[in-house]
Write a protein that binds this ligand. Structure first.
Ligand SMILES: *Cc1c(COP(=O)(O)O)cnc(C)c1O
Length: 358
């Protein structure tokens, strides 16, 4: 997806009079707390998407009977724009996020968005707020597209009205100390036939209580297992998960209970391209257990846009906590992080042309 120069825009742009940029401390960016000057809004009514607009980021007013608040038709995306070595700005694989937004919309009986208009809107939004794209290592402009039902109506059925909104947040390095994860054997994030492969808001609400319980037991996150048997590993918190076992990168295959992450897909493709053996398959808790006992499980990490790679230090299994080897012995996760950073900042080879200039 590449924009022609001077294309007619399918939406209006009303730039703010005064930027809030001067109020922002770029050396101390808390994740998701600072919002750039502009947002994009496009409404769906009378069976069609209406003309959208980029204007000042700010509050919205809704009826208490707004259907998304009651029946949960709400979906979101998360992607990033990166400052390039030469000072320009690029998006990382934006097409995948826009397609996934439509996958989520379809699952939740919401209207699909016109992909070209959404791509244009993201490009124009990032261009307009390009001064908000930080340049420190590991920083980025986080982009949050989301859609929710806006009709005022009591009674369960798909809403007739929706709003698509996109705002952006400058974010600093998302430092995650290595996490202790509890292998979950009671609660379920996603059931077969359910909504787990969609980025549907309710999925995250349902994961909060089990995560609070895991935290009370001294863990940071949950390693989610399949809902039917709790014997197969699926995801880590709100991220995909990868393991290095016997020198191979092993990632749970995507399914209707394992969300198809862009970071996960990129890790698989990049590491294969680098000549590493990569397996996408069912990963059993039992095999992780045996491998960690035998010292064959050498690295484990979450994979997602916010943190890129979130190292796991400990697995909480039924017979207690098992530690992974210390991170200074790891080689795959650091290499993967380095290669992803190089691609996203234009600092190294981009073999699949994932980096899209705005
Ligand atoms: C967003 C998300 C991921 C990671 O996807 P990315 O595209 O890599 O950010 C993984 N699992 C779940 C449940 C998610 O919501």
């Amino acid at each position: 997806m590449q924009l022609e120069n001077h294309v007619m825009l399918d939406f209006d742009i009303s730039p703010v009079g005064t930027s809030r940029l001067g109020e922002v401390d770029f050396d101390n960016l808390a994740f998701g707390k600072v919002f750039s000057d502009h947002m994009f809004v496009m409404d769906y009514a009378d069976g069609a998407w209406q003309r959208g607009e980029i204007s000042a980021f700010g509050p919205m007013t809704f009826s208490p009977a707004m259907m998304s608040l009651h029946y949960g038709q709400a979906i979101f995306e998360g992607m990033k724009a990166f400052r390039q070595q030469d000072g320009s700005v690029s998006l990382f694989r934006p097409g995948r996020n826009i397609q996934r937004l439509n996958f989520s919309a379809h699952r939740m009986s919401m209207p699909e968005v016109p992909e070209d208009i959404v791509f244009q809107a993201i490009v124009e939004l990032v261009k307009l707020d390009s001064k908000w794209v930080p340049s420190a290592p590991d920083s980025a402009l986080y982009i949050r597209p989301f859609m929710f039902a806006t009709e005022s109506h009591v009674g369960v059925r798909p809403s007739l009205n929706y709003r698509l909104c996109i705002f952006t947040c400058p974010v600093g390095a998302y430092y995650t100390k290595p996490v202790r994860v509890k292998v979950e054997t009671k609660f379920t994030r996603a059931a077969s036939g359910g909504t787990g492969a969609a980025k549907a808001a309710g999925n995250y609400a349902g994961s909060l209580h089990p995560t609070e319980l895991a935290k009370a037991e001294g863990y940071d996150q949950i390693l989610w297992t399949d809902g039917a048997t709790h014997t197969k590993v699926e995801e880590c918190g709100t991220m995909n998960v990868g393991f290095v076992m016997d020198g191979k990168l092993v990632v749970p295959a995507t399914s209707d209970t394992v969300l198809s992450g862009v970071t996960r897909a990129s890790a698989v493709e990049l590491m294969r391209h680098e000549g590493m053996e990569v397996e996408e398959r069912v990963v059993e808790v039992r095999e992780l257990h045996e491998a960690i006992k035998a010292g064959r499980l050498t690295e484990a990490f979450g994979l997602g846009t916010a943190a890129t790679i979130s190292p796991i230090c400990t697995l909480g299994l039924e017979d207690g906590d098992w530690d992974l080897p210390s991170q200074d012995t790891w080689s795959v996760a650091p290499r993967l992080k380095q290669r992803l950073d190089e691609v996203r900042t234009g600092a190294g080879e981009d073999p699949f042309a994932w980096n899209i200039p705005v």
